[in-house]
Design a protein around this ligand. Structure first.
Ligand code: KG4
Ligand code: ZN
Length: 336
């Protein structure tokens, strides 16, 4: 079964053709990041406008790169939630129009479920059940994935998402948006024990995260150094901050897996591209004899191939929408 998939939840206009949930025949991404960099973050109105301009050429390229036409496509999957509402609406309305015009089924796909599915593309043998750490620019969840479309959140952030914490800390040091990527590179050159940042715990919720205290502490450190006219040791700050975020993510994730007696662990979302997070999970899982899967770096951040993968399993589970489908800014991962 060939699915044409569409993703416009944030600042990437993406389309892909994916066969049977696992084979990527094409994957096209038009990123708007250079434009949003000017403002230090995503400007929703600009995002919607750029999606509207890019959607037709991006979908056309995905079809031609896969060597197919709409006649060869069996269904259309689209990210309908969660995300920036104006951005999501561009993809949803385009997919609805295409479904109406071609008579092909329309599959609503949850963005975070798709991030998890990026691992089905990278690891053809991977099947649920497993425990997944989903860490992106907008979310930080520990998800017990019982089946492709059955999952429950057992831990979540109480404030900032991990990616957001990286981006805000990086911005304070003058790094371009999205700062997480740059901070990861600079951190490789620093000493992670140079600064002591807090490791906040959420009482009575052992799998929940809180990053806002950590973020405030790095921002205060930088502002105080600037006021004293000191040079900012960016490499050591990035390395120490990255270590603190990774420690928090990994310790809760391992605890959840241990408590729920799950020995298959998976990481997903933009922050899963983080070098230290990948290394640490590789090491800790091998020490504990746990099986660990991480997506190829090419599918960690937003793309439509992962939407085509998850869309296939949504289709098999009967999740098919009619033309009343709407975009939804906030929707839990276990919504159905
Ligand atoms: O999943 P994603 O592409 O978009 C959302 O659904 O939010 O994630 C984007 C986030 C950004 O916050 C970005 O800074 C972060 O992922 N990110 C990283 C790295 N690569 C992307 N954070 C830390 N280290 C990285 N290597
Ligand atoms: Zn994402």
């Amino acid at each position: 079964m060939k699915i044409l998939s569409i993703e416009t939840s944030c600042d990437e206009t993406a389309a892909a053709v994916v066969e049977d949930g696992r084979e990527v025949l094409s994957s096209v991404i038009a990123s708007q990041v250079e434009e949003h960099k000017l403002y230090g973050g995503v400007v929703p109105e600009i995002a919607s406008r750029r999606h509207a301009e890019a959607i037709v050429p991006v979908v056309s390229s995905a079809l031609s790169e896969a060597g197919v036409t709409m006649d060869d496509i069996d269904a259309i999957a689209v990210t309908h939630a969660p995300g920036l509402i104006g951005a999501l609406l561009v993809g949803v309305n385009f997919a609805k129009g295409l479904s109406l015009a071609t008579g092909k089924p329309l599959i609503p796909t949850h963005h975070l479920r798709s991030h998890i599915a990026s691992n089905y593309i990278s690891h053809k043998e991977l099947k649920p059940p497993f425990m997944c750490l989903v860490v992106s620019g907008g979310h930080s969840h520990i998800v017990k994935v019982d089946d492709y479309t059955k999952m429950q959140v057992i831990g979540r952030t109480r404030d900032d998402a991990a990616g957001e914490a990286f981006d805000k800390a990086a911005r304070t040091m003058g790094m371009p948006y999205p700062g997480g990527i740059e901070m990861d590179k600079v951190a490789e050159l620093g000493d992670s024990s140079a600064f002591k940042f807090p490791r906040p715990v959420v009482h009575d919720a052992p799998y929940d995260f809180s990053f806002s205290g950590l973020k405030t502490s790095v921002i205060n450190l930088i502002h105080n150094m600037e006021q004293r006219g000191e040079d900012i040791p960016k490499q050591d700050i990035c390395a120490s901050f990255r270590k603190a975020v990774v420690d928090l993510l990994v310790s809760n994730f391992l605890k959840a897996a241990e408590d729920y007696k799950i020995d298959k662990l998976v990481v997903a979302g933009g922050v899963s591209a983080n070098s230290l997070l990948r290394r640490t999970l590789d090491e800790e899982c091998s020490k504990r004899k746990l099986t660990f899967y991480k997506p190829d770096k090419s599918v960690c951040t937003d793309n439509a191939a992962m939407v085509g993968s998850q869309g296939y399993y949504e289709y098999l589970s009967g999740n098919i929408a009619d033309l009343s489908l709407n975009a939804i800014a906030t929707l839990p991962i276990d919504y159905r």
